[in-house]
Design a protein. Sequence first.
Length: 535
Amino acid sequence: MVAGLLLRRRAAVLGRVFALGATLIAGLLLCASFPPLDWWWAAVPAFALLGWVLTRPSTTVAGGLGYGYLFGLAFYVPLLPWTSDFVGVRPWLILASICAVYPALFGLLAVVVRRLPGWPIWFAALWAAQEWAKSLFPFGGFPWGEVGFGQTTGPFLPLAALGGIPLLSAAVMLIGCSATAITLEVIRGARDSDTTTYRHVAVLVPSACVLLVVLTTVLIGPQVRRADSGPTVAVAAVQGNVPRLGYDFNAQRRAVLDNHVKETLRLADDVRAGRAPAPKLVIWPENSSDIDPLTNADAAQQIATAANAIRAPILVGMIRAAPGSTREYPIWMNTVRVFDPQTGWGERHDKVIIQPFGEYLPWRGFFRLISQYADDANYFVPGQGNGVVHAAGIPVGVTTCWEVLFDRAPREAVLGGAQLLTVPSNNATFDATMSRQQLAVSKARAVEHGRYVVVAGTTGISAIIAPDGRVVVQTGFNQAAYLDSTVRLETRLTPATRWAPIVQGLLIGVAGSATAAAALRDHRFAFAFRRWRDR
């Protein structure tokens, strides 16, 4: 009896060790699907392993919470080290620890619904639901690391045009978990000598899920790649670079402005020499003029010089004082404004979704205890509008840096009439890995909305991206350069632009319904519910 008990305990310990190891590997594989590695395929075995761990009979609800949190740490800790480059290790680890809470909640609920038939479907919906929750809370949300953003080099990317990033993320989870379900049923059937107990339906459902994802991708792919009949125009993106990378990159604000003027003048020289096409529109990055040109005549003159040389409107990323700002208590707005050499200052986009810990600091007193940079944090306030400005007669959608992460920002711009999307960015406080990950987000947005996307960064990586997610041309990181290329102005609306919020809502509804059905089916939850109801 004692020997048998020891053997059972040994088997339980070994099983847990294997499960812990599989969870760690799964998190690392999901991280590898993102830049800089861009192993898009790694997300599939990542979810296959996680699905196996969470469907093991020995995995309890509490175990699902723990395995999910471990998976989240293994994913987010190596995904986000660029956040520590100039502010220290603690903020990076705290951010990763907070992000890991969402996979933990997924793991808990996944154990609840795993006994329902077709569990890979419910797992996929639950994953989409936790990504939605992470995009909202805390501090306005942190969508970085959504699975769909790691699929921009893979074959499933066209699904973004059908249902947005939520559908793409759910589809990848569905394939990985379906692979696990098929494998487990095949093994179970091979071990059982009585073939009548082999559950064919349990294999049929996940197989049908995989087939559905693949066929849908094949069907939507040609529509993503087809060219629209809109006109073509030449546009340019200027990457002036900064004097030095780091938290204090803008200590020499005039040097940053001068760099962008200088690079624009170089572009103008190349246009006159016939080495580059004459752009109809030039995009400068976020923070390309941290000197407010509306109150500083010298800065305004420099911008006018650049615009007159290139003979085209420039979208200038600037910082300006917000209403109510005073010298003692400065309040700022992050603005992209059109400067036309013929008519002067035109329409503007005030950044609507501002970045916590970058443009404002929530819980300033608390975070002062964690980082010495808390007292240096800015006081920015959000603007309003749909992100559309008009330059050279072109309706241009502007999603400034952080905004491109949020589904609603580019969608509102396209629904507002934008025929071209721009992402003016400033990554001078981060490294090349962060810039590559953000570039992947822009590639996903191009496919999602069927628009050319022009990314202009102070330090890069700047790029011009086609509506199929293909990078037409790009710069290196931390160098002065310009991009000058022809793009097509698109007018059609993709299914994702029209209906992605509905798709996301359906996924969240499926997740909630599955959780409720599984809880009521479990006698423990049903008993607790009856006691609560009868109080």
